[in-house]
Design a protein. Structure first.
Length: 318
C-alpha cells in the first residue's frame, strides 16, 4: 500500500510541475514536462493509474485553454494557434478548441488548414453554427459557390434575418464577379435591397446596395440611394465620380456636371487638371466666332467615343 501511495504521489507531483510551468508562462517546457508525465503511465507499475492519467490530461487541456483564451482576447493568434494544436492532439473531438483553432488560423492567413479543420468540424457535428464556420472558411479560400451552399445549410431553410440577407448579398456579388452570371447579380441586388429595408441608415449596407445596383444597372434606384447616403456622410472624390456616372444614366445632367469634376481629385489615377487662365466653357455661353480648345484628358476609348460630338461643337463655334 505504501508503495502504491508513493507512486501515485509522484505522478500527482509531476502533474503539479507541468501546471506550474504553464502558470509561469514557460509553455514549451510545460508541454515537454506533460508528455514526459504521460509517458510514465506506460511503465508497467503505473498502468493501474488510469484515473490519474485522465485527470492529468484534463488538467493540461484546461490550463492550455485558459492561455489560449487570454491570447485570443489580446489578439495574439500566432501564439494561440500552436496551443490549439496541442489540445487537438490530445482531444480531437473538442469542438470549442477546434473553433478557436479555426479562428486563429484565419487570423494568421492559414486558409488551407483552416478549411480542412472546418470540414473536419462538420464531420463531428453538422450543426447550423458549424456550417457558418465552414462557409466563412470557403469564402476565405475564394470558393464562393461552396461558401453559398454551406451558408444556406447554416440557415437550414429558416427565413434569413437582415444580417443574413446582407451576407447572402455579399456572397452572390462575389460569385457574380467570378461568373458574370446575371442571376447572381440579381440575387445579390434583391438580398441587399431586402437587408437595407431593416435599417435604411446603415451606411455600409447603403454602399453595398449602391455598388450592386450599379452593376445590375438599376440606375434610378441607385440614384435614390446616393441621395440617402449624402444625407448621412460626406462623399469622397471616388464616391462623387461614381455618383456622376449614375446621374448621367438617369439624365440628371446637373448632378453629372457638378460631380464629374471629382475625377481630378481621385487618389488612384486622377485626371490631369489643366491650369489655365482661360474660362471653362460649360455650354451656356455663346461661343460663335470664338475658339474652343478641346483637351483630350481621358483614355483612348473615351476620346474616340467623344469624337462623335465634335461636329456639333463645330456648328456653334468658330
Amino acid at each position: 500500500m505504501y508503495l502504491f501511495i508513493m507512486k501515485l504521489l509522484n505522478l500527482k507531483l509531476s502533474r503539479i510541475y507541468f501546471c506550474s510551468l504553464l502558470e509561469e508562462g514557460k509553455i514549451d517546457e510545460a508541454i515537454k514536462a506533460y508528455y514526459l508525465h504521460q509517458k510514465r503511465f506506460s511503465l508497467p507499475f503505473n498502468k493501474s493509474f488510469k484515473e490519474e492519467k485522465e485527470e492529468s490530461k484534463k488538467t493540461f487541456i484546461a490550463e492550455l485553454d485558459k492561455i489560449i483564451e487570454k491570447n485570443i482576447k489580446e489578439n495574439k493568434y500566432a501564439q494561440a494557434a500552436p496551443l490549439c494544436h496541442e489540445i487537438f492532439i490530445n482531444d480531437a473531438k473538442n469542438e470549442k478548441n477546434i473553433k478557436n483553432y479555426i479562428k486563429c488560423l484565419e487570423k494568421i492567413n492559414q486558409y488551407d488548414l483552416n478549411l480542412e479543420l472546418a470540414k473536419y468540424l462538420i464531420k463531428l457535428n453538422e450543426s447550423d453554427d458549424n456550417y457558418l464556420i465552414l462557409s466563412n472558411a470557403y469564402c476565405s479560400r475564394e470558393q464562393i459557390k461552396e461558401a453559398i451552399q454551406a451558408y444556406l445549410k447554416h440557415l437550414n431553410k429558416k427565413t434569413p434575418n437582415d444580417y443574413q440577407k446582407a451576407q447572402l448579398g455579399y456572397l452572390f456579388f462575389k460569385q457574380y464577379k467570378a461568373t458574370h452570371n446575371p442571376s447572381d447579380i440579381k440575387k445579390s441586388f434583391n438580398y441587399y435591397t431586402e437587408a437595407l429595408k431593416y435599417n435604411p441608415e446603415n451606411k455600409t449596407r447603403l454602399r453595398n446596395t449602391i455598388s450592386t445596383a450599379h452593376v445590375a444597372k438599376k440606375y434610378k434606384y441607385e440614384l435614390k440611394l446616393w441621395h440617402d447616403l449624402i444625407k448621412l456622410e460626406k462623399l469622397t472624390p471616388e464616391d462623387e465620380f461614381t455618383y456622376s456616372f449614375c446621374a448621367i444614366q438617369c439624365n440628371d445632367f446637373e448632378t453629372y456636371g457638378k460631380y464629374y469634376k471629382s475625377r481630378f481629385k481621385l487618389k488612384k489615377n486622377p485626371s490631369y487638371y489643366l491650369e489655365t487662365s482661360k474660362p471653362e466653357w460649360t455650354g451656356d455661353e455663346d461661343v460663335s466666332n470664338k475658339t474652343v480648345l478641346v483637351r483630350c484628358e481621358q483614355g483612348f476609348g473615351d476620346i474616340f467615343l467623344s469624337y462623335g460630338y465634335l461636329p456639333n461643337l463645330v456648328k456653334v463655334a468658330k
